[in-house]
Design a protein around this ligand. Structure first.
Ligand SMILES: [Zn+2]
Length: 140
């Protein structure tokens, strides 16, 4: 095996590891979604929302609410991770002063309801203005 082949083989095994990891995560997610569905059905019976033979729209409505709740959880988690991975400092877009960033909570009206997101904000002491850091300074 020459150097080029070794690099190619390394890339392939890395891609294989990535796809094995993705497969494992997909299977885990499916297990968790099935478990969430089981708990939701049990909960709907326990809290009395679903009893006897309900109209299908009641079943569908509760299921959809659970989907929206999951969507908001994912949005909040993605934004938390994005903020955590950002560099702690950023340049003010007006005057280029390097400023410390702080976390700020903001409620966003998503298509699936209100999501409480965390985002980074810089406060420039020179301009006396707040700014959102440029994604190019993300430090990713
Ligand atoms: Zn500034």
């Amino acid at each position: 095996m020459d150097g080029t082949e070794a690099i190619r083989a390394g890339k392939n095994s890395s891609a294989a590891a990535d796809s094995a990891k993705a497969k494992e995560l997909r299977e885990r997610l499916e297990r968790l979604l099935r478990e969430a569905a089981n708990v939701e059905v049990e909960l709907s019976r326990a809290d009395g929302t679903i009893k006897g033979v309900p109209h299908y729209s009641l079943i569908e409505g509760r299921a959809h609410e659970l989907g929206k709740q999951l969507s908001r959880e994912v949005q909040e988690h993605q934004m938390r991770e994005l903020a955590a991975s950002h560099a702690p400092m950023a340049k003010c877009p007006q005057c280029d002063t390097r400023c410390a960033l702080r976390l700020r909570k903001r409620t966003v009206k998503s298509v699936d309801g209100d999501a409480d997101l965390q985002e980074l904000v810089g406060d420039c002491p020179r301009c006396r203005r707040s700014f959102f850091p440029d994604a190019r300074d993300a430090g990713l």
